[in-house]
Design a protein around this ligand. Structure first.
Ligand code: PHE
Length: 291
């Protein structure tokens, strides 16, 4: 695909993104926001975009993504050939961990999102980015959702963790504590790192699907890599417009699951009295981890 930035293409992209963003929350209020994937409607260009993203990213991941992610990617056989059919993928995922994929057309409201997760349904955006915006996409698309999230859902412990996040999200909403839970989700499911005998590895969906950040998070001296601490994570703000200033590192998915098993209601009360920590800020008690 030529990297030609002609204005017409950019305008079309702007419209697309806008349409996507206004579609958010507009469809079917009160419903589950599930749409048909419409696999037959993808164009050749859509599949070519998928293949380019897939090939580029899978070259970067050996030695960077954790073993569980790589095993999941292989187990899903998530076609290098083109955008996969969600039903076919669901059957594989279902056999492994009881999760299925449902197609959505954009971001869905928080309660809808967490209700899906709690029922072991992963809402994946059916739309794929345009060729003019291969790298600087500000919204998730099918590549981010499928390539980023689904391989980890092949892992039984992580699969249970994400379902627990769904239940925890609904509870946090009811308790008015969603921003705290959102930070935990962000710094684990989205941008989590894991420490292994071979070194630091990626499991977070936002990093594993990003060519730039998959290198930056491991190799750049700038960001802090802090050993996971539940309250520390839930106090820490995050950036949605740039690479992260800090990452949190777990030792195992069992550790993550165990650390988040407790009832969060008392934590939310404690957190309400503690100040927030800015993304780049370091605390004396932080255990830093070297890449
Ligand atoms: N244990 C949490 C609660 O009681 C739920 C949760 C589990 C949240 C795992 C996030 C991750 O709210």
């Amino acid at each position: 695909m030529a990297q030609v930035l002609d204005t017409q293409a950019l305008d079309t992209q702007a419209l697309d993104t806008q349409a996507l963003e206004t579609a958010e929350f507009a469809a079917e209020p009160g419903g589950d926001f599930v749409v048909a994937q419409g696999w037959a409607d993808y164009t050749d260009i859509d599949h070519v975009i998928w293949r380019r993203l897939f090939e580029r990213q899978s070259r970067l991941l050996p030695g960077r993504a954790c073993d569980q992610y790589l095993a999941g990617l292989e187990g899903l056989g998530v076609a290098a050939d083109g955008i996969p059919d969600f039903e076919r993928l669901s059957d594989i995922l279902d056999r492994a961990t009881g999760w299925r994929i449902v197609a959505v057309s954009g971001r869905v409201p928080d309660d809808v999102f967490f209700t899906h997760l709690a029922a072991r349904r992963f809402p994946a955006i059916r739309w794929i980015r345009r060729p003019e915006r291969m790298d600087d996409l500000q919204v998730p698309d099918a590549f981010h959702d499928v390539f980023g999230h689904l391989p980890m859902l092949m892992n039984p412990v992580f699969a249970d963790y994400l379902a627990a996040c769904g239940r925890g999200g609904l509870k946090a909403l009811a308790l008015g504590a969603l921003p705290k839970l959102a930070r935990l989700y962000w710094y684990t499911v989205g941008f989590g790192l894991i420490r292994t005998a071979e070194g630091l590895r990626i499991y977070g969906s936002g990093i594993v699907s990003s060519p730039g950040e998959s290198r930056y998070c491991l190799e750049d001296p700038k960001p802090d890599r802090i050993l996971f601490d539940l309250l520390r994570v839930m106090r820490t703000g995050y950036r949605i417009d740039a690479y992260q200033d800090c990452y949190f590192v777990i030792d195992s998915f069992e550790q993550l699951f165990d650390a988040t098993r407790l009832d969060f209601a008392p934590y939310y009360e404690v957190l309400a009295r503690l100040s927030d920590i800015a993304p780049g800020e370091r605390l004396a008690e932080d255990a830093l981890c070297h890449a």
